[in-house]
Design a protein around this ligand. Structure first.
Ligand code: AMP
Ligand code: ZN
Ligand code: FE
Ligand code: FE
Length: 281
């Protein structure tokens, strides 16, 4: 059985391991395929591919994760097998990364106003790629300065939705995200539906041109998996899955490869869709 972990973040966005470190661990853990799915950037993909070329039979699938606005709720859309060198994509991701920086500065100002002494350098110290500023970096800076003990506490007390230092950021519409992914030859997948409150997935799959659904995920419960497997079959959707690794460890090992789809099943799903195939396998 060949494992494919299709949801991994690196230091190119808000993960804690570099793309080459991710690949090393994937190899150690006998994972046959990984998708690099950083938020709003493809900056880590070439580094991962170069590292994977040092090993036999380890496939890196180029991906991305976009945040979208849907009826006032946030949903995430994954793109896979994308042409990550596309100019259209670069233009869009440059714009989003820039808006993240401005939004990060606004969050810091709001924190300062409520007496928390933190500045952009503190935050950048926790972003190994300081071009990308996400709330997890701000949370890590708040932990280092002993304002909170955990990332979750930082979200609950300060930077989560409706909390005192919350600041929204630029989000795409679902149609825009799906259209961009299709324009660069990728497949569009609804990420971790089990984590989205107040969503009616049937409605979403009827109204939008999704190709797949993330059935398996580190935060999905057994009931979620059963529900979304059924839904995928009903709507003829590709089933994907992965760890959504950002830096979580169990027994000293990163959870890369602990949540996955079987590569064989992915290939069959892709073939049934009749449009896509996996290069290099
Ligand atoms: P941002 O993209 O900058 O808005 O930050 C959102 C990211 O922070 C999400 O993609 C998650 O990776 C992470 N995140 C959101 N809520 C929490 C939470 N309560 N605890 C830990 N991480 C979170
Ligand atoms: Zn993230
Ligand atoms: Fe997500
Ligand atoms: Fe993710």
């Amino acid at each position: 059985m060949e494992k494919a972990d299709l949801h991994i973040h690196t230091t190119a966005s808000d993960g804690t391991l570099k793309p080459n470190e991710i690949v090393k661990w994937a190899y150690k853990k006998n994972v046959k395929a990984i998708a690099i799915t950083d938020h709003d950037t493809v900056y880590g993909i070439d580094i991962a591919i170069n590292e994977a070329n040092k090993y036999n039979n380890l496939l890196v699938i180029p991906g991305i994760e976009f945040s979208c606005e849907y009826n006032d709720i946030e949903i995430h859309i994954l793109g896979y097998f994308i042409n990550y060198k596309s100019k259209i994509l670069k233009k869009l991701t440059d714009k989003i990364i820039h808006s993240r920086k401005i939004r990060g500065e606004k969050i810091i100002k709001k924190l300062n106003k409520i007496g928390i002494e933190i500045n952009i350098r503190d935050v950048e110290n926790h972003s190994r790629n300081s071009r990308f500023i996400g709330r997890p970096h701000i949370a890590r800076a708040l932990i280092a300065k002993k304002y909170v003990n955990t990332i979750n506490e930082a979200f609950e007390k300060y930077i989560g939705k409706d909390k005192p230092a919350y600041e929204p950021r630029y989000k795409l519409s679902i149609n825009k995200a799906i259209n961009v992914i299709h324009a660069i030859k990728g497949i569009a997948v609804l990420a971790h539906p089990g984590l989205i409150k107040d969503i009616n997935p049937k409605e979403v799959f009827t109204n939008y041109k999704f190709d797949g659904i993330e059935v398996y995920h580190s935060k999905h419960k057994i009931e979620d998996i059963k529900k979304y497997e059924k839904l995928a079959n009903e709507h003829n959707l590709i089933k994907t899955g992965g760890s959504d690794f950002h830096g979580e460890y169990i027994d000293g090992k990163p959870i890369i490869g602990n949540y996955y789809v079987q590569l064989e099943n992915l290939k069959t799903d892709l073939k049934n869709k009749n449009k896509f195939y996996i290069e290099g396998v």
